[in-house]
Design a protein around this ligand. Structure first.
Ligand SMILES: [Zn+2]
Length: 452
């Protein structure tokens, strides 16, 4: 890739950082206009869709030459960013867009403005060279990912799905998360995500004097028991599904013996305990990939220190695998609660980030995945892909629900450690290496050429 084009991508990214589209409130119109201006300066036309005051989404299309062929969406890629809670802890101004030590610094660089900038530029370069794709190539930039997509991807798919070509041909999409090397030449591709359900479990008791507690009907006893029952059930009794672990260990090229141990449903709980003594990170991932998880996180109860509690509640964060619905959640929560199941009152609550979602997954093998591998091999000739389900939600789920196979991928500088990405996204000193921006620009450009 030409230096001039890489440099332009950096500049676009810097402008997006400086636009400060902090969500809430978002005000993404600013960055949407920046992208529109950039596209216009390259004689590329686009459409803007205003979803709310100062909030908008952008679509540009290079039409395919054949009606039957599959198309590709760059996106949904979001221009909103999360707030900066501790600006004084940053080494650089979080909204300055400073280039230093081989990185561009700023809120949103990693999540996910560098992808926005490199996808916009890849789209521009393809348009300028009069690329004729077989299926449509769609650039899809959105608002509002960080608070649930209501005015962004979700809104666009509900109101303007025709603009995205998803109703008339098979489409594939490439969006955020994924692309880090998990070991040499093995790149993570996110092929799905877990769902999230937040529940409040309420228990009643009988009030009485705190000085005479013998055999009392105490609601605090019940929530305490419930918390322990749920954790034990989640770790030791809930049905285990090894599909997603299987994809991971296969991609990692783990040896046959280790692979069969880890993917054995009966042995997994023991393996997790053994691994946990060495390093808790891996078992955490395997645990969450292998089941619906339940984490009891808020407990409340009682009113006065000398009165036996007549009410108590427990809020739990439930994360489901693709295919597990709300009925599945309630069934297993009740089963976990044993004798308490008859008296519990279960209510759905709004999740903290406003995200309640179902899990979704796209196939780990397809022509698209092969094209992706070939695109990466232009820069890393021995590259292979390791499919992984993300534990958090992204806009990708809205497209998967519409039968668009959606993957999270950007091409990270091989020197980027996995934990750097986890700690910098939404964190202090968020930054992206210049090399990663360049490699990602390459990979999106090459992917379109390989696939379309
Ligand atoms: Zn994001």
């Amino acid at each position: 890739m030409d230096n001039k084009h890489i440099e332009e991508t950096y500049q676009l990214l810097i402008e997006l950082i400086q636009n400060k589209c902090i969500n809430p409130p978002g005000d993404e119109m600013k960055s949407i206009r920046t992208i529109e201006k950039f596209l216009k300066s390259k004689r590329v036309s686009c459409k803007i869709f205003e979803s709310a005051k100062n909030r908008a989404n952008l679509v540009a299309v290079i039409p395919g030459t054949n009606k039957e062929d599959s198309g590709l969406i760059f996106g949904p890629s979001h221009v909103d960013v999360v707030p900066v809670t501790k600006p004084d802890d940053w080494k650089e101004n979080p909204f300055g867009g400073v280039i230093k030590d081989g990185y561009i610094w700023g809120r949103g660089t990693l999540d996910m403005l560098f992808i926005v900038a490199s996808q916009v530029q890849a789209f521009v370069l393809l348009s300028q060279e009069k690329f004729k794709p077989k299926g449509d190539l769609v650039l899809f930039i959105v608002a509002d990912e960080e608070t649930g997509g209501v005015w962004g991807a979700d809104w666009m798919i509900k109101n303007h799905s025709n603009e995205l070509s998803i109703n008339n041909r098979k489409m594939f999409a490439v969006t955020e998360a994924g692309g880090v090397q998990i070991s040499k030449d093995k790149f993570v591709i996110i092929n799905g995500e877990k769902g999230a359900t937040s529940l409040k479990l309420k228990f009643q008791g009988t009030p009485g004097h705190g000085s005479a507690p013998y055999s009392s009907d105490n609601a605090v006893h019940k929530v305490s028991k419930a918390a322990l029952y749920l954790t034990d059930y989640c770790d030791n009794k809930i049905p285990i599904d090894t599909t997603f672990i299987r994809n991971l260990v296969k991609g990692l090229g783990m040896n046959f013996i280790l692979r069969s141990l880890i993917t054995n449903k009966k042995l997994l709980p023991i393996i997790l305990k053994i691994l946990n003594k060495k390093d808790p990170e891996m078992p955490k991932v395997l645990h969450s990939l292998s089941r619906m998880t339940i984490s009891p996180n808020i407990i409340q109860g009682g009113k006065k220190i000398n009165i036996i509690a007549s009410e108590a509640s427990l809020e739990i964060d439930v994360r489901t695998l693709p295919g597990q619905d709300y009925d599945y959640v309630v069934f297993h929560v009740k089963k976990a609660l044993k004798e308490l199941a008859d008296e519990v009152i279960i209510k759905r609550v709004e999740a903290e980030e406003g995200i309640a979602s179902t899990g979704t997954a796209s196939p780990v093998e397809s022509d698209f995945v092969t094209a992706m591998k070939n695109a990466i091999r232009k820069d890393f000739p021995n590259a292979s892909l390791v499919p992984l389900i993300a534990s958090g939600a992204t806009d990708g789920r809205f497209l998967r629900e519409k039968n668009v196979d959606t993957y999270g991928f950007a091409l990270f500088n091989p020197e980027t450690p996995m934990n750097e990405i986890v700690s910098l996204a939404h964190g202090v000193d968020e930054r992206i290496s210049l090399k990663t921006v360049e490699l990602s620009l390459n990979v999106y450009y090459n992917l379109a050429k390989e696939f379309l």
